[in-house]
Design a protein around this ligand. Sequence first.
Ligand code: 5RP
Length: 222
Amino acid sequence: MFNKLKILAAKSAIKYIKNNNIIGIGSGTTISHFIDILFTKKKNIKGIVSASKSSTKKLKKYKFNIYQINKIKKIGIYFDSADEINKKMQMIKGGGAALTNEKIISSVSDIFICIIDESKYVKNLGILHPVPVEIIPLAEKFIIRKLLHIGAIAKRRINTITEHGNIILDVYKLNLHEPMKIEKYINNIPGVITVGLFTQRCADIVIISKNNQTISIINKKN
Ligand code: 5RP
């Protein structure tokens, strides 16, 4: 069921590909479906900056040009999903541990299009999912204490080493009534690489597939 909805949302996102541009691509199962569909628009895409090895592998299979983020000053559109998104277009991301690259690439992009099924569109962030945080391993215990200080419980994600050689803490019980404050607090802890709260680089457009097979599109500009 979820896969069907992910495909439905991904199909709807494809219409935003127009010119011969460089686009950004995130990571995860929704994006994997999106790449399969993107193939049909190959002639409209000059190249792609990809957020993970798994997305890159699939893109290479379809023979897309892959660009390194360091060589690109600006990306037109970044396509990705999220674990949760609220009506302010703030997100929790990082279920697939690619949050650092996702935050960098989305920050270089003019427009962030978030592709989700309706289960991910939430009133309050953090009820369904923990917040992932990529950290340098030697700071683990210190960071766990700093998170405990604000009432949160952090658990190391098992069997997970990021593409940057770091570990992920999944953080539960965060008070996310003011998620921007929490993003800043966690970002400021020494040893933190990236927090999977996207409250400063929010999405611009959200494409939501619904259980009744319809699509709803929310555009920040409207
Ligand atoms: C990966 C992400 C993904 O976008 C998020 O976890 C959603 O994944 P999926 O499309 O598999 O549900 O942030 O780091």
